[in-house]
Design a protein around this ligand. Structure first.
Ligand SMILES: C[S@@+](CC[C@H](N)C(=O)[O-])C[C@H]1O[C@@H](n2cnc3c(N)ncnc32)[C@H](O)[C@@H]1O
Length: 220
């Protein structure tokens, strides 16, 4: 995916800015995971991951395939003085450069619509997820009111602007869940958006660590 990082960041810092703290609070309340490692997939400027770090003791890994986005995320980490708990790395969600069983909470907002092979990403998420870990990936605005406000603001500049989620029916997600074989995964559809949610039971054995690539990029 080619992204104009600066253009996207202007939008994230502008109309979308109130979404991230709201979603972070909702995710923390729902998961009760406030310690350990959080992975934000397709993190852009890192605003969701940073909002989660602010509200918890989580160490957060921001992963994005765009190096321009990673650089913006690094500036944001420094700006918020979260260098000791948040790191931005460049990588593809289809081949997550982290060790198996190393992540307690996986989140993602607005990136899922760009992934070529959702089933492969779900397999990778399952691999890196620690026993007891939880996943909340999808898209949304946090509330109906925010969604309406953002659409209004975006259309002031781009009259035809539509949320990216349009055109992704529930089957797209259910099919990928089935292909990936993720047990007990489901869709959470509420005012905050549409999210694929699942967790890994505590009593599953850790899977094998994958590759040198994973080891080289091991989360500090
Ligand atoms: C619409 S932006 C959302 C950014 C951020 N999550 C947010 O809500 O502000 C989508 C992001 O997903 C990233 N992305 C898309 N496909 C990806 C992939 N295969 N691997 C990693 N990142 C990806 C893009 O580079 C972009 O930064």
């Amino acid at each position: 995916m080619q992204i104009d990082a600066n253009k996207f960041d202007t939008i994230a810092r502008g109309p979308f800015a109130p979404v991230y703290p709201l979603l972070a609070s909702q995710i923390l309340a729902r998961s009760s995971i406030t310690n350990g490692v959080c992975l934000d997939l397709g993190s852009g400027g890192g605003y969701l991951g940073l909002a989660l770090a602010f509200r918890s003791r989580l160490r957060v890994c921001l992963l994005d395939e765009s190096d321009d986005m990673r650089m913006i995320a690094e500036q944001n980490i420094a700006e918020h003085q979260l260098d000791n708990r948040v790191v931005a790395i460049c990588g593809d969600v289809h081949n997550i450069p982290l060790k198996s069983g190393s992540v307690n909470l996986v989140v993602s907002r607005g990136s899922i619509y760009f992934w070529n092979d959702l089933a492969q990403v779900l397999r990778e998420i399952w691999r890196v997820l620690a026993p007891g870990g939880q996943v909340c990936i999808g898209g949304g605005f946090g509330s109906k009111e925010l969604r309406e406000e953002i659409i209004r603001k975006m259309r002031e500049k781009e009259p035809d602007w539509q949320p990216k989620c349009r055109g992704f029916g529930d089957d797209h997600f259910y099919d990928a869940i089935k292909v990936a074989g993720i047990p007990d995964a489901g869709l959470l559809k509420d005012e905050s958006g549409t999210w694929v949610v699942f967790s890994k039971p505590f009593d599953l054995p850790l899977q094998t660590v994958s590759s040198d690539f994973a080891t080289a990029c091991e989360y500090k």
